[in-house]
Design a protein around this ligand. Structure first.
Ligand SMILES: [Zn+2]
Length: 145
């Protein structure tokens, strides 16, 4: 999981346009505060999301959000979290990934750009310490039934 370092007023379209133009990063799916989802790359595509190992072996979901957000700022964006939970639940169901938070040493599970720093090649800390894991995982699990 990632944040695009874009304010909540930003959109998946803004981020996708920037990434197509700048070619400085990519993800598999983008979600935004309006609850929109965008398939940016197929799941079998090696995106440019984190360091090399993480790019090769992980699926990358990016929230149009900022890693500096507090827990309250995240919880004030229910459509954003719901869209992300839809995507995570889809991947968990399709690929048999447990719906739990995981460090890269404890995969499979749902992990973060921050956690992939353990593999090197990146220094990003998204989605940030304020990310509401409890609520997010509850939404993912609810979708999995
Ligand atoms: Zn990231």
């Amino acid at each position: 999981m990632h944040t695009t370092e874009t304010p909540a007023s930003g959109s998946i379209y803004d981020v996708a346009r920037h990434q197509l133009r700048a070619r400085d990063g990519s993800y598999h799916v983008l979600v935004d505060a309006a609850g929109r989802r965008m398939r940016a790359n197929t799941d079998d595509w090696c995106t440019w999301s984190t360091g090399n190992l993480g790019n090769r072996v992980l699926l990358h979901l990016a929230f149009v959000a900022e890693a500096c957000w507090s827990r309250q700022e995240w919880l004030a964006q229910p459509a954003l979290l719901a869209a992300g939970a839809d995507v995570a639940a889809h991947w968990c169901g399709r690929y048999g990934i447990p719906a739990r938070q995981a460090t890269v040493a404890k995969l499979p599970g749902i992990t973060t750009h921050d956690a992939t720093r353990a593999w090197g090649g990146t220094d990003h800390t998204d989605p940030g310490e304020g990310f509401p894991w409890t609520e997010f995982l509850a939404e993912v699990r609810a979708r999995l039934g």
